[in-house]
Design a protein around this ligand. Sequence first.
Ligand SMILES: Nc1nc2c(ncn2[C@@H]2O[C@H](COP(=O)(O)OP(=O)(O)OP(=O)(O)O)[C@@H](O)[C@H]2O)c(=O)[nH]1
Ligand SMILES: [Mg+2]
Length: 317
Amino acid sequence: MDISVVIPLLNEADSLRELYERIDGALAPLGREWEVIFINDGSTDSSMDVLRTLHEQNENVTVLVFGRNLGKSAALSVGFKEAAGDVVFTMDADLQDDPAELPRMLEVIESGYDLVSGWKRERKDPLSKRLPSKLYNAVTSRLSGVGIHDMNCGLKAYRGQVVKTIRVYGELHRYTPVLAQWAGFTVTEVPVKHHARQYGSSKFGAERFLRGFFDLLTVLFLRRYVTRPLHLFGMLGALLFSGGFLAGLYLTVLKFMGQAIGRRPLLTLAILLMVVGVQFISLGLLGEMVANLKGSDISYPVRERLGRKDGGLGDNS
Ligand SMILES: Nc1nc2c(ncn2[C@@H]2O[C@H](COP(=O)(O)OP(=O)(O)OP(=O)(O)O)[C@@H](O)[C@H]2O)c(=O)[nH]1
Ligand SMILES: [Mg+2]
């Protein structure tokens, strides 16, 4: 299979047929083998009827159905597992992403990149959405070190190996470029057309930005400290504890020199710092226990593998 298009959706009945037809219009002329994988994530409208018909009429349509709404990350995750393409696209189901962009993104992948992210340079969204999004993207790109403008664009292209390597769960679908770059894949972006929503309604409100930042914290933490939590918490704890210890020492000296220290605010601070310091260190040790328990399960992304020619043990090609 050359190309897979993975489409997670929630209540987009009015868009689906047109979406498929336009993907067909964009990919059929390429003369490649392609498939579309819809993931119906607990839709309550007539999306399922439309998908059933599409599946009956077209051999290259796969539909995966969740019994209830599990979220976009979960949908992408099963879609990625199902995808057989050398190149895997993701796109929104609401026709805001333009299927006509697919061939161009394919070219960029084939020119040697592992992930190409769409960049909605001219967004057809209200200012109330564009502004926070700008801020969000600036911070994310700063902290993650992945220099793209539009992290959360639904339209992306991946080399097949990328989607089999990165693990998308929780709400980490916003950060696939970060996950991919950290796994050693090359990431770039291309400006794409963006259309205003025609049918149906928006599913993500302003709360997405807050959640997004929590997820960024997760991503940053996981990347640096998942195998060595004591390095973070121990360092913090040691710092706080030493501060408290020094203050306490200072007060002890004063006490021996005959001063009363019982009413000094510094005494309270010294005690607070030492207690919190010890707690941070304990937290780090607990983290180490967790890391140790799952130590053998942590998977390190193997970028490439030149195995034995006879296809010996472990050849998973
Ligand atoms: N699998 C899954 N897909 C979802 C969920 N929520 C939204 N989607 C899909 O994700 C895509 C983007 O959602 P939208 O609601 O269009 O978000 P948006 O584009 O930022 O908002 P609008 O500009 O108002 O459309 C659409 O294809 C939705 O069908 C969900 O809970 N699960
Ligand atoms: Mg949309």
